[in-house]
Design a protein around this ligand. Structure first.
Ligand code: NAD
Length: 519
């Protein structure tokens, strides 16, 4: 409809048995309701991680383009905030319907730019759709409070109002879910939104915007600009932007939080992680092993909630050889290979970094039970492949323990007691997710209560909350106060106004009052 579908992203049969994205000239910006080509001189290659072929060119937006996007969002806010709340919710209902209708198409596109296997890509889209469903319930989450008769004939009530132009800066690893964590809730709350997607995976965001427009989103309510640090810096300091929602790596999250708050913006910055699964010897062994495999190497370990450390208590360490046998069966492959357990790493530099960490693990004395560094995949000699990798005998001073690897690498640490496991996890600077596998209610309850991590699974390996709750990472995994989606996100994207009201029922003036009411 806007010409973009025909000119930019096309699916074609490229002669092989695989359907791949055709060579694309350039990714458009989405400014003031138009998908348009940037006039920039600065372009970045977008690659297919299974082949490292260039599939698109991404423009780094110019300053005038960004000013236009922000100005258009600020103008759109003036009319959008006046739209009735149920009508804003209905936009989300239509959007949810369209996203479901295009679920497979979105997942296919997403698979090709991230390398994720199709089933996993479908989950990425689905988790985003669930947030849109929650955005359709916006009225309930925007409800204020009231106390009648705070003094004789006086009532106090609170109302919730949108802030203005909100901004999102997103990572490569969930190109549908993470943008959808942000703009549907912000927009349903009455704000307008400027999204800066990851420069590594911009195509899914553009398709999300096209469908949003098709659902009836008014012009200017959502804008997309592309780029890297320079563009982010511009957004962080622009006076018309009221909030920054960021998801990405630790150093960038810290930088975004510091710089955004320095410019007096409301900031929520979700950062990296090191997630531990604690395994008690009374746990169900088969469940432990299959859950550990999926949670560690799924999505090539490129999930902020991936399990990267298994903490075996006492006799549970005897299960490591069987864990190795199961991990060995998993092979990476291209997104449409039904036998592949996961896809490639996002980029060649990401692969080089993970290989370097695997080598450091070996050099520092961890036992490499399973080594995926030489992995190859037939037909894809240039892909960023790393096979499942398992270390045992890992110590907390090793770099593989101290750094977020973000690759298909699981490390095992052995401790004697639950108390030791809790101390280990609480000493790690991150606090995104953790889980305990056990048959003991008492142990699970103790773990849930004492652990300093914001999302806890009990016999659930990756405890990502559904969107009626919030995504509540703690400590080094989150900078800010109010988290993503759920009620917390609505509070993040709104301001509370508290009204104290009295209606006179006669004309007799009560005379000036110079004191504070004490009762
Ligand atoms: P990244 O930090 O490299 O990039 C994230 C975003 O920041 C991108 O849009 C990028 O363009 C921008 N950016 C990069 N460098 C910048 C700089 N110097 N200044 C300003 N902006 C900059 O992250 P990534 O590699 O895309 O994503 C992977 C990371 O995201 C992992 O660390 C992962 O744990 C984390 N993550 C966290 C969560 C969570 O909820 N806590 C969820 C998903 C991913």
């Amino acid at each position: 409809s806007n010409g973009y579908r025909n000119s930019a992203i096309r699916f074609c049969d490229n002669g092989s048995s695989k359907k791949d994205i055709a060579m694309i000239k350039s990714v458009p910006l989405f400014i003031d309701g138009e998908f348009r080509q940037s006039v920039t001189e600065e372009w970045v290659d977008v690659t297919n991680p299974a082949t490292n072929d260039v599939i698109a060119e991404l423009p780094c937006a110019t300053e005038p383009e960004m000013v236009e996007a922000i100005t258009s969002a600020a103008n759109a806010f003036q009319s959008w905030k006046a739209v009735a709340v149920p009508d804003r919710a209905r936009l989300m209902l239509r959007y949810q319907h369209l996203l479901k209708e295009h679920h497979d198409e979105l997942a296919t596109l997403l698979s090709q730019e991230t390398g994720k296997i199709l089933a996993d890509a479908k989950g990425d889209v689905w988790r985003g759709i669930e947030v849109v469903e929650q955005a359709a319930n916006i009225a309930s989450n925007m409800m204020g409070e009231m106390v009648e008769n705070v003094a004789t004939d006086i009532d106090t009530y609170s109302i919730t109002q949108p802030l203005g132009v909100c901004c999102g800066i997103t990572p490569f690893n969930f190109p549908a879910m993470i943008p959808l964590w942000m703009f549907p809730i912000a927009i349903a709350s009455g704000n307008t939104f400027v999204l800066k997607p990851s420069e590594q995976v911009p195509l899914t965001s553009i398709r999300l915007a096209e469908l949003f427009e098709q659902a009836g989103a008014p012009k200017g309510v959502l804008q997309i600009i592309h780029g890297r640090k320079q563009q982010v810096d511009f957004l962080l300091s622009h006076p018309d932007i009221r909030t920054i929602s960021f998801v990405g790596s630790v150093p960038v999250a810290q930088y975004i939080y510091q710089t955004g708050t320095q410019h007096f913006k409301r900031v929520q910055a979700f950062a990296g992680a090191k997630n531990h699964m604690v395994v008690m010897p009374d746990a169900n062994k088969a469940q432990v092993i299959s859950n550990l495999v999926g949670a560690s190497v799924g999505a090539a370990g490129q999930r902020c909630m991936a399990i990267s450390v298994a903490v075996f208590i006492d006799g549970a360490k005897e299960w490591i050889p069987d864990l190795k046998n199961e991990m060995e069966k998993i092979q990476p492959g291209c997104w449409d290979d039904a036998n592949a357990g996961y896809g490639p790493l996002i980029s060649a530099p990401a692969k080089t970094r993970v290989l370097g960490l695997i080598q450091e693990g070996k050099d520092q004395g961890a036992v490499c039970e399973l080594d995926g560094s030489q992995c190859t995949v037939d037909g894809f000699p240039n892909g960023n492949w790393i096979g499942p990798t398992l270390f045992s005998g890992v110590k907390t001073n090793m770099s593989i323990y101290q750094q977020e690897i973000f690759g298909p690498v699981l490390m095992c640490i052995e401790v004697d007691t639950l108390e030791d496991a809790i101390a280990l996890v609480n000493n790690n600077p991150y606090g995104n997710g953790t889980s305990i596998f056990t048959a003991s209610g008492g142990a699970a309850r103790k773990y849930q209560h004492e652990i300093q991590v914001g999302q806890v699974g009990i016999n659930v390996p990756v405890p990502v909350p559904l969107p009626f709750f919030s995504f509540t990472g703690w400590r080094g995994s989150f900078y800010g106060d109010l988290h993503a989606y759920g009620k917390q996100a609505v509070r993040f994207y709104t301001e509370t106004k508290t009204v104290t009201a009295r209606w006179f029922d006669d004309d007799i003036p009560s005379g000036p009052n110079f004191t504070i009411h004490l009762k």
